[in-house]
Design a protein around this ligand. Structure first.
Ligand code: AMP
Ligand code: ZN
Length: 116
């Protein structure tokens, strides 16, 4: 389930500290240490899978829960009506640097599209 050398697995178990904003039995959400917006939160599954590219139908409920968690946090933080950005960087060209699937929730400023 969790990988010994995975930083986000260690954050999920609490072995590495993070600023948690939400958790349930499926996922954990915490502040990104290098924020790209006034609010920048990562939502990770407790179960390790490397990337969206590694996801299977077994991860359908988990991915759904992660997205709904992002939407709920955005409402709680008060920027849902103004708008926000959710991002899943996937593999090298997608800019993924941590290979434990995660959703970026960015809010508190306008975003342009397409991103760089
Ligand atoms: P990505 O480039 O999509 O794989 O995103 C990885 C994100 O994890 C980056 O935005 C990093 O700033 C963030 N990050 C890396 N280590 C930590 C950590 N220990 N706590 C919180 N965020 C982290
Ligand atoms: Zn992991």
């Amino acid at each position: 389930m969790s990988r010994e050398d995975c930083i986000f697995c260690k954050i999920a178990t609490g072995e590495i500290t993070s600023q948690r904003v939400f958790e349930d039995d499926i996922c954990v959400a915490f502040n990104d240490t290098s924020p790209q917006a006034p609010t920048h939160i990562l939502i990770i599954p407790r179960e390790h899978f490397d990337s969206l590219d590694a996801a299977t139908t077994e991860h359908k409920d988990t991915l759904g829960q992660m997205l709904l968690t992002a939407a709920e946090i955005a409402r709680e933080k008060g920027f849902a009506k103004d708008g926000y950005r959710v991002v899943i960087n996937t593999n090298a060209d997608g800019g993924q640097t941590v290979f434990h699937t995660h959703i970026h929730l960015l809010g508190g400023r306008p975003f342009i599209f397409p991103p760089g």
